[in-house]
Write a protein that binds this ligand. Structure first.
Ligand SMILES: [Zn+2]
Length: 593
């Protein structure tokens, strides 16, 4: 039975947790947004710097005032989606937020127009705290269209790319797959058959992969039509919105420039052999001549069956952070003490884990399903790292500067995983324990930095093909995928023939308005490894630098943040530092054999 300490206390988020009172809060939020709109609509173009400051502060105030109520509804539902009250509150909160978004959408558009006319306002001292926020708004301006055009795009997307996205997702989730499990024929939906991918039984892993992609290959016309339409639509939008490359939109969203991403991807390509070296070591540990694709993230056969009670996990994670910095350790402890973590395994709870920041409370809430496995301890360290990011940024920044983009958002979390790794490695008594820890961290690194990079190469190749006038049918897309995949894996892995259809199941390729979602994962992973390397080199001197980076929230670009550390993300040397850290882990693992 779960103890109370494993269940979060959401009542701190609101003054009065009765559903009627929370609903009322949500209604007031919409009313106040409407008031703001009638005060400013059509008038932003004439504002002075002081006037802009006032407007941005009012928007931030509105966010802070109602954040608790909105969080309360959403988190209550995430904790138990079968609860009727939670369902209603979640629905009400989402509707209210959408309403507020629509009501206030004019502000960014009008502000953008004003900045385009008078770009010097961005540098006005009165607006110094919002400088980067305004720079980002300004960067979007040249790509905005007229109101009518924007509306037309929404209308054509509904039955265009949105429909293709839905078709891919619906088609995949309604397929069934027949495979033999222990002598018994089973027909399973996609969500269930992929459960076999991590099965300790190698044969089952193989059959599951074989069955899935063989079945899906029969519908190549559906997958190819969807991916082709999504990509061709994007190509046209690039022309219309004057995005200079298919990546521009994503670069703007992620607050980075092409040079930094180029340096990153070149470093990945240059070090593909390092990853291949790891895969060969892993093959040895699994007593295989070579890994097959279905072994890539399989657990090691001799993984010790150690479980961690909640209290043990709390102790390990807290001390890992405390050894880095005492104050951070205290905040971690506060998270447990105030019951901001929900670890209980229960029906109706959202799968996976997340950390939701609570700016008004200068804290955060964490959800996970804690089963006591070492992976769960890692998840806890990861999510608590996110919480520390929220603790530091909410104490230093305005709410508008706490919207950290995906390239930087994983800094606290992956750093937390690395601190935990160091701690567990020191305590590990047997070589099997050490191997299990290193394999966890290197598998994570391999997937995020290298496996995802293959997808970046693939997505680039799709657009190059379209530019050359090639028609993307299923076989052509499959060829592009194989070429991209092999740039990372070389011949270090044995692939099933049917894996050439792997691109059919990756939902991101089909998501409307979500092109090049992938390199931020690569960026985030290698960024933190580089930052961690700096910590190893500089020791305690580095601690205030990391805290300053986290405290900056989104008030600075990733490039500025790296420059403050004395390095530059546009320079491959920065990324090589991250690779060095990965290499050290690989060396350590090799020594255990
Ligand atoms: Zn994360």
């Amino acid at each position: 039975m779960a103890k109370e300490e494993m269940i979060w206390d959401l009542s701190q988020l609101v003054k009065d947790a009765s559903p009627a009172s929370v609903q009322k809060e949500l209604e007031s939020m919409v009313t106040e947004a409407e008031k703001l709109r009638s005060k400013y609509r059509g008038k932003i173009g004439k504002l002075s710097a002081q006037g802009i400051l006032k407007l941005l502060e009012l928007k931030d105030k509105l966010t802070l005032k109602f954040e608790g109520a909105v969080r309360y509804c959403i988190l209550k539902y995430a904790a138990n989606s079968t609860d009727d009250t939670a369902k209603q509150l979640n629905d009400a909160a989402r509707r209210a937020m959408m309403k507020v978004g629509q009501t206030l959408a004019f502000a960014d558009i009008e502000l953008g127009k004003l900045l385009a006319k008078k770009p010097s306002i961005v540098k006005n001292r009165a607006l110094s705290e919002y400088k980067h926020y305004l720079e980002r708004t300004l960067r979007r301006v040249p790509h905005m269209l007229s109101e009518t055009e924007e509306q037309l795009i929404i209308v054509k997307d509904k039955n265009g790319i949105n429909a293709w996205e839905m078709l891919q997702s619906d088609w995949l989730s309604t397929r069934t797959f027949t495979m033999e499990v222990k002598g018994e024929k089973k027909t399973l939906p996609y969500g269930q058959i992929i459960g076999f991918y991590q099965n300790p039984d190698r044969n089952l892993r193989k059959t599951a992969h074989q069955t899935v992609y063989e079945t899906l290959s029969k519908d190549d016309i559906v997958w190819a039509s969807a991916i082709r339409s999504v990509c061709e639509d994007h190509t046209q939008m690039c022309e219309l919105r004057k995005w200079s490359s298919p990546m521009t939109q994503s670069l703007i969203d992620n607050d980075v420039d092409e040079q930094a991403v180029d340096s990153l991807m070149k470093t990945i390509q240059k070090n593909a052999e390092l990853y291949q070296r790891y895969l060969l070591i892993k093959a040895k540990l699994m007593q295989l001549p070579k890994l097959a694709n279905y072994d890539l993230v399989a657990p090691l056969p001799k993984t010790p069956e150690k479980t961690y009670a909640w209290a043990d996990a709390r102790k390990e994670v807290t001390s890992a952070f405390s050894e880095f910095d005492e104050q951070i350790g205290k905040w971690i402890d506060e998270m447990y003490q105030k019951r901001h973590l929900d670890g209980e395994v229960r029906k109706g709870k959202t799968a996976g884990a997340f950390c939701a920041s609570w700016l008004g409370g200068k804290s955060a809430y964490i959800l996970q399903s804690y089963n006591g496995r070492i992976m769960d301890v890692y998840t806890q360290a990861h999510e608590l790292g996110h919480a520390i990011h929220a603790y530091l940024s909410s104490r230093t920044q305005k709410p508008s500067n706490c919207e950290v983009g995906s390239c930087i958002a994983e800094t606290g979390s992956i750093f937390g995983e690395l601190l935990l790794t160091e701690k567990l490695l020191k305590k590990a008594k047997t070589k099997e324990e050490k191997q299990a820890i290193l394999a966890i961290i290197l598998d994570k690194f391999g997937v995020a930095a290298f496996q995802v990079s293959a997808r970046v190469f693939f997505e680039k190749a799709l657009y190059d093909s379209i530019r050359k006038g090639q028609f993307l049918d299923g076989e052509t897309v499959a060829k592009l995928w194989l070429a991209a995949r092999d740039r990372i894996y070389g011949d270090a892995v044995e692939w099933l023939e049917t894996m050439k259809w792997h691109w059919t199941t990756t939902p991101h390729y089909y998501m409307a308005n979500y092109r090049f979602y992938n390199y931020p994962y690569v960026f985030a992973q290698l960024f933190v490894y580089a930052v961690y390397r700096l910590y190893k080199e500089q020791g305690k001197r580095f601690v205030p630098k990391l805290k300053a980076l986290l405290a900056a929230g989104s008030s600075k670009s990733p490039r500025e943040l790296s420059l403050e550390l004395g390095l530059d993300i546009a320079d491959p040397k920065f990324w090589e530092k991250g690779m060095k850290q990965a290499e050290e882990f690989i060396d350590k693992l090799e020594k255990t054999i």
